[in-house]
Structure formats: structure tokens, C-alpha cells
Design a binder for this molecule. Structure first.
Ligand code: ATP
Ligand code: MG
Length: 555
């Protein structure tokens, strides 16, 4: 058994898709992943990506990547590029070219005119504040706008002039004429078009009116022949509107919307607005800071696409709201790295050791397996008179049951000999700067004669080991629900001040000199680490801690 089975949780959409294929309702399913390019993708998006692309893959269908780009003010090409790269990194490929809702602006405009002509849409002159007051509340019906009964001709004229740029932002809006008394607020004459004099990353300065999300989404689905339009539960109340547009417009297809519950992870923020705030206010290094819940952050941290996909399978797809424990995500990455990451030794806080009875100038090249189970070959560790162990592995006043090195105690150096600590050299301040030890030549691959040595510690040779920087990352937030702030505070007050500890002057075993960006290792006894994508240089690697070996949070 190389790894524990991680059972997938149920996905309620699988049987729905299966039934639609069995009944012949659809010959082939088409799904889509519709991000708004106003931020980087995060772990919540990963759930939606795995669901949409995963269903298409599983049932021989297709999944489109469609940028939902109706709000040019907040969108940016940088986000488009990052989203494409992250979807591919996660292991998925969209059907054909990426698509943009803005590709459909002409068609959407035509449909708006169609609604006006049918007496089902009107230009409203209420200001946004007035419109809000007219809208009513959950307990009170709304009131009709005084502009609701304009003639078709007047509406066509005003809408054309909106499009021509005659009016300032917010002066007018095009609204559907549905029902201001509907118990569903979304049906109270929803906005179809707003005036926004803004440059758009795809359409340039062609438009100064932009369609609303609701007026765009379902029709874009119809244009693309989407069969199953899967979104998160907060859109459940929008479904009647989604269907109203499909029923009242000459659309080429009738997609169906399904909702599932979004992923909430404890200790984690998945609001794009707040992630952007972390970046803008420089609480983190950028969107791809290894502490961020973004896919590019997880990637830099050393997470694998497999682990994230597997995590999404474990979470399952349902309609129940809940918070998933981050331990599940950490389990998933440990599980994958345990099976795939070669082992290596890296001493984080080096303490020099001199083996006084080892001949000067002598070197033995010891071979250690790269992996305990998988066949990954060996790496070579030159054993010589001088080496480094971790300062934390020597204790002058060891607690009871201590299994590492203590005065006159013995310990095995991993894959090597048993050594005994004979003397600690101290500086003027009493800090230990060097250990003098002796080794037992009869203990390579053998137990010592007549005594037991329980402890095994990691080490690296002084000559040949690589000086490196190691970044110990921890959870970015110290509270399980980072959104919940103390009185008057914000989520920023929950930032874990120890989420990053940078160690310089660490020493990695010689084989790590060749580490390439994104190579992953288990540093024995320390955790899983990944050579940083951005800052690793040939011969001077920087290692990011992906995850500890065990879940030790709060212990
Ligand atoms: P915004 O508030 O900016 O709209 P969003 O989270 O809805 O943020 P989108 O870019 O619109 O971001 O999301 C793209 C897709 O990813 C949507 O279908 C959305 O439902 C889905 N999604 C976003 N967050 C989650 C989440 N936490 N869990 C599951 N799916 C999510
Ligand atoms: Mg959205």
C-alpha cells in the first residue's frame, strides 16, 4: 500500500448529466467556467473548475472558458493571462479559443432592442438611489418607476442615445419590465444596461453602455450551446430571471442552470476583493505569494495540481453549506508528496560538527535511496571529518526520553555512522558554535556492538553542501474564521504574524545544487519543500516549505 485511499465524496450533478445523456435530451454535454477577470483564481475557483471541466471530461463533453467581462472598470489583461495559465496548470484545457462575454455585446444589444420592441423593456431615468428606494425590500413590494410606461418609440430613441454616448454615467438605465411586486427581488424590473463611459480591455471604446451580469450570463450560455450551466448557490434566486430571458428572447438554445454550494475553507479567505486588498496593501508579496489561497500562490508554495484536484474530489459537490477543514487540503498535498517527492536532507540551523577520530582528507561517498518505496535511484552524500547538524538536535540539558544528541550521548547520522558528542565549543557569550564528536567505524549499516542507539538525525557534509535560503510558510490567518473580526477590526487583524519565517545560511545536501525551480522534496524530519519559482538561482536555491510532515497546528 503506497498511499491511503482517499474516497471521493458524492457529486449530485453526475446522475443528472447521466440521465440527460441516457434520455437523449443531450447527445453531448457542454459546460463552461466563467470567471470575471478581476482577480486571480483561488481555491474556491478550483472547485468550480474541477467540477465543470471534470464533468465534461468524464462524460465525453466539452468545457468552455468564458471570461465574464461586463465590468471593464475592474478587469485587466493581467488577470486574463493569469487565469488561463492557472486553469492549464490545474490540468484542464478548454474547448477551442477562450471566449469572452464581450464577444456577444452586439447580439446582446440586439436582444435588448428586441425586448424594447416587444414592450418588455424600458429606459428608466431614476437615479441609482431613487431606483433603490423604488425597489422595495424583502417584506415590501416595489413601486413602478414613473418612466415605466414610456412608448416603444421613446424607449428605442433613448436607448440609441444612451449607446451614442449622449448621457453621463448613471443618468439612465435600460430595465426589463417584469414585476415590481414580485417576491423575488431579481424580477423587480432588473437592469439590462448601464451607462459606463469606460475603456474595455476587449472592445476598446466601442461601447459606453454595458450589459448587466444577469442579462449576459444565460444568453451567453445559449449562444455557446451550454447544456448544464453550473454556478454557486447564491444564484439560485437568479434562476427565474435566467429562465425569463431564455423564454422571452429568440435564443438558439435552452441551457439549464444548476447551483451547488461554494467551497469555504477555514483559516482561508476566498473573496477576490479581500485577496486584492492583501496585495494592494502589501500584506503579502503579490497574488502569487505562497501564503495566498490563489492557485498561483499554492503553486509557488509547492502544491501539486493532482493534490488540489484530489482535494476537490474529496470535498464533493452538493447543496449544503459548510466549512471544509484546511487539514483536508493539507492531507491531500502530504499524501501526494509522500508518494512522489524524493527525499533529501537540509539543515535549517546549521551547527558544525568535527569528527575528531575521522582521518583528515578522507571522504566516503555514501549512497542513500531517493525514496523509501518508489524506485527513484540514489543520491550521494560525501561523509567527511566536518559536517553540519541542526542546532536543535543537540541539547545540553535534554528532557527525559530525548532521542537526539546530548553530552556523551550517541545518535545515528541518517544513512551513515553512529557518532558520540564529546565536547561542545562555546563562544564568549556561551553559545555553542561547534561540537566535537567521535564516530564508531563499525556502525555503517550496522547496529553498534553491545548497546542500542535509538535516535537518527539528519546532517550534511560541510564541503559540498549548498548554502540556501529556506522560507518557512505557515497559515496566513491565525483564526479559523478570518472574516470574523474583533469589534471594530477587519480580517487584516487576523493575519498570523508568524506566517513567514525566512532562514538564511541553511545547508542542503550536495545533490540539491541542481534543484530546478518547482522541484519538490521531502527534507527529512522537516517537511515538504519546493524550489521557489521566482527566486531560485542555479546553484543558489531558495526553498519554500509547502507543508509540515504532520499536522502540528496549535499543538
Ligand atoms: P466575484 O464576487 O468577483 O464575482 P466570484 O467568486 O463569483 O467573485 P467569478 O470570477 O465570478 O468570482 O467566479 C467564477 C466561477 O467560479 C463562478 O462560476 C463562481 O460561482 C465560481 N466560484 C467562485 N468562488 C467559488 C467558491 N468559493 N466555491 C466554488 N465555486 C466558486
Ligand atoms: Mg461572480
Amino acid at each position: 500500500m503506497s498511499k491511503p485511499e482517499t474516497p471521493a465524496a458524492p457529486n449530485f450533478l453526475r446522475p443528472i448529466v447521466q440521465a440527460d445523456l441516457d434520455s437523449g435530451k443531450h447527445q453531448k454535454i457542454v459546460t463552461r467556467f466563467p470567471p470575471e477577470p478581476n482577480g486571480y483564481l483561488h481555491i474556491g475557483h478550483a472547485k468550480s473548475i474541477c467540477l465543470n471541466f471534470g464533468l465534461a471530461k468524464e462524460f465525453g463533453g466539452e468545457c468552455n472558458l468564458r471570461f465574464d467581462d461586463t465590468n471593464p472598470a475592474k478587469e485587466d489583461q493581467e488577470y486574463i493571462d493569469a487565469i488561463k495559465s492557472d486553469v492549464r496548470w490545474l490540468g484542464f484545457e478548454w474547448a477551442g479559443e477562450e471566449r469572452y462575454a464581450s464577444n456577444y455585446f452586439d447580439q446582446l444589444h440586439g436582444w435588448a432592442v428586441e425586448l424594447i420592441k416587444a414592450g418588455k423593456a424600458y429606459v428608466d431615468d431614476l437615479s441609482p438611489d431613487e431606483a433603490r428606494a423604488y425597489r422595495g425590500s424583502l417584506t415590501e413590494p416595489g413601486k413602478n418607476s414613473p418612466f415605466r410606461e414610456r412608448s416603444v418609440e421613446e424607449n428605442l430613441d433613448l436607448f440609441a442615445r444612451m449607446k451614442a454616448g449622449e448621457f453621463p454615467d448613471g443618468a439612465r438605465a435600460l430595465r426589463a419590465k417584469i414585476d415590481m411586486a414580485s417576491p423575488n427581488m431579481n424580477l423587480r424590473d432588473p437592469i439590462l444596461y448601464r451607462i459606463r463611459h469606460a475603456h474595455h480591455h476587449q472592445t476598446g471604446d466601442k461601447w459606453c453602455i454595458y450589459p448587466s451580469y444577469d442579462f449576459t450570463h444565460g444568453q451567453s450560455d445559449a449562444i455557446e450551446g451550454i447544456t448544464h450551466s453550473i454556478c454557486t448557490l447564491e444564484f439560485e434566486d437568479h434562476r427565474p430571471l435566467y429562465e425569463w430571458f431564455l423564454a422571452n428572447l429568440s435564443v438558439p438554445a435552452q441551457p439549464r442552470q444548476y447551483e451547488f454550494s461554494r467551497l469555504n475553507l477555514n483559516y482561508t479567505i476566498t473573496s477576490k476583493r479581500k485577496l486584492k486588498q492583501l496585495v494592494d496593501e502589501q500584506h503579502v508579496e503579490g497574488w502569487d505569494d505562497p501564503r495566498m489561497s490563489t492557485l498561483s500562490g499554492y503553486r509557488r508554495r509547492g502544491y501539486t495540481p493532482e493534490a488540489i484536484r484530489n482535494f476537490c474530489e474529496m470535498v464533493g459537490v452538493n447543496r449544503a453549506s459548510g466549512v471544509v477543514d484546511i487539514g483536508m487540503l493539507e492531507f491531500s498535498i502530504r499524501d501526494h508528496l509522500d508518494a512522489t517527492a524524493p527525499r533529501a536532507m537540509c539543515v535549517l540551523r546549521p551547527l558544525k560538527v568535527v569528527i575528531t577520530n575521522y582521518p583528515e582528507g578522507q571522504v566516503e561517498n555514501l549512497e542513500l535511496a531517493r525514496h523509501p518505496k518508489e524506485d527513484m535511484g540514489v543520491r550521494v552524500l560525501p561523509f567527511a571529518r566536518e559536517l553540519y547538524i541542526d542546532a536543535g538536535d543537540y541539547d545540553e540539558n535534554p528532557p527525559k526520553g530525548y532521542k537526539r544528541l546530548e553530552p556523551n550521548g550517541e545518535v545515528r547520522l541518517r544513512g551513515s555512522y553512529v557518532i558520540r558528542a564529546d565536547e561542545a565549543i562555546k563562544d564568549a557569550d556561551g553559545n555553542i558554535v561547534e561540537l566535537r564528536c567521535s564516530y564508531d567505524p563499525g556502525t555503517l549499516g550496522k547496529n553498534p556492538e553491545g548497546r542500542k542507539v535509538k535516535g537518527v538525525i539528519h546532517w550534511v557534509p560541510a564541503v559540498g553542501s549548498v548554502e540556501c535560503e529556506v522560507r518557512l510558510y505557515d497559515r496566513l490567518f491565525r483564526s479559523a474564521n478570518p472574516e470574523k473580526a474583533e469589534d471594530g477590526g477587519s480580517f487584516l487583524d487576523n493575519i498570523n504574524p508568524d506566517s513567514l519565517v525566512v532562514l538564511k545560511g541553511c545547508r542542503a545536501e550536495p545533490s540539491l545544487a541542481q534543484a530546478q525551480a518547482e522541484d519538490r522534496f521531502q527534507f527529512e524530519r522537516e517537511g515538504y519543500f519546493c524550489a521557489d519559482l521566482k527566486d531560485s538561482q542555479p546553484g543558489a536555491p531558495v526553498f519554500n516549505r509547502t507543508v509540515t510532515l504532520r499536522d502540528s497546528w496549535g499543538q
